[in-house]
Write a protein that binds this ligand. Structure first.
Ligand code: SAH
Ligand code: SF4
Length: 350
């Protein structure tokens, strides 16, 4: 499937079938054919698109590329629980994405930006700074590379926008990528199988509430008081907990959907009984689900995950108050699957 894209040529991976036909001046069915080659068969080489006429294939090869990313590195964890792709962009930047296997379920964790400007103090991506936004094609291609060669059968993968970057700081491209990923001529991933995670970019939450779909929303909370959240998630200084919770409640009200709160457990920072109490007070009356993630240590940032019993006690205390919570035990630590780490290692060795 490898075809090195020419940086000058427009990429077809980000055009929906109808737009593809329109832009290329071809028949609608031909637009669907090309879309299927790219998104279903993950073929980026026009010469291999055998049901297109030779003339069309030649025109496409001369003027376009199908993909924007190339594979720089792919690593599988020893027990094949995770697969991680490091992908290279036209401008030499790199982006990473992970595939997680959990029993029968496949989840893809994909990125929306190269780096991240939010700079959460515990996050490797934040530490690496911000380079640029990804385009819709660059977001979708991560899923295509991860799924190439996977035997899915009748399983549909889940997609979480939890790789590098803050999706709501790249709102339009994120939304367009969701439309491409759900297109029935392509991967056909149902909206309910996709989750966008935000660090609390309030205008994005407000826009998301207006989208007429079932895509899920996660909000990374990590602290339930402004002093601590200002420190951990600097975006809180712009949109404090009051504004954030206001937008989340309005979202739930207008969509009728549940929200997931992410809480990365950091030992001695946000894992105490006081933190539990504050969290219960903050979200107790909200239609929500809490996802507890023991911290995946990043060298040099100075945080550690709490011992497992502390994590379990946190979850159980929420459950006693009727708050649904899961403790996500880290998968893929063996290949540095946490947010931003593969790219960091790669940058360090340059
Ligand atoms: N920017 C968005 C989405 C990407 S980060 C957001 O912050 O929500 C996805 C999730 O991974 C966030 O909840 C984030 O706090 C968490 N995360 C980042 N680094 C982590 C680490 N080293 N260990 C555990 N969770 C981490
Ligand atoms: Fe950005 Fe999310 Fe990392 Fe914060 S946790 S720096 S918002 S990617």
């Amino acid at each position: 499937m490898e075809q090195t894209p020419d940086r000058q040529q427009p990429s077809l991976s980000e055009l929906a079938p109808a737009r593809m036909a329109e832009e290329l001046g071809i028949k609608p069915f031909q637009g669907r054919q090309i879309f299927r080659w790219i998104h279903q068969k993950k073929v980026f080489d026009f010469d291999q698109m055998t049901d297109l006429s030779k003339g069309l294939r030649k025109t496409l090869s001369e003027n376009y590329s199908a993909n924007k990313l190339t594979l720089a590195e792919i690593s599988e964890s020893p027990r094949s629980k995770t697969k991680k792709a490091l992908l290279r962009l036209h401008d030499g930047e790199t982006v990473e994405s992970v595939l997680l296997r959990d029993r029968d379920r496949i989840t893809l964790c994909i990125s929306t930006q190269v780096g991240c400007a939010v700079k959460c103090t515990f996050c490797a991506t934040g530490m690496s700074g911000f380079a640029r936004n990804l385009s819709p094609g660059e977001i979708v291609e991560q899923a295509l590379y991860l799924l190439a060669g996977e035997k899915l059968g009748d399983r549909t993968p889940n997609i979480v926008f939890m790789g590098m970057g803050e999706p709501f700081r790249n709102y339009d491209a994120t939304v367009e990528s969701i439309r491409l990923l759900s297109d029935p001529e392509g991967l056909g991933i149902g909206a309910r199988k996709m989750t966008v995670s935000t660090a609390g970019e309030v205008p994005g939450i407000e826009r998301f509430a207006e989208e007429n779909w079932q895509v899920r929303l996660s909000v990374s909370l990590h602290a339930a008081n402004d002093t601590l959240r200002d420190e951990l998630v600097p975006l809180n200084r712009k949109y404090n907990l009051d504004r954030l919770m206001g937008s989340v409640k309005a979202y739930i009200e207008s969509t009728g959907r549940q929200v997931t709160f992410e809480w990365t457990l950091l030992e001695g920072v946000n894992d105490t009984t006081n933190d539990i109490r504050e969290l219960i007070d903050l979200v107790g009356d909200t239609k929500c689900f809490v996802n507890l993630i023991p911290y995946n240590p990043v060298a040099g940032l100075g945080y550690t995950p709490p011992p497992l019993p502390v994590c379990e006690a946190f979850r159980d205390a929420l459950a006693r108050e009727g708050i649904k919570a899961t403790l996500r035990v880290e998968r893929g630590q063996d290949i540095d699957a946490a947010c931003g780490q593969l790219r960091r290692r790669h940058l360090d060795s340059r």
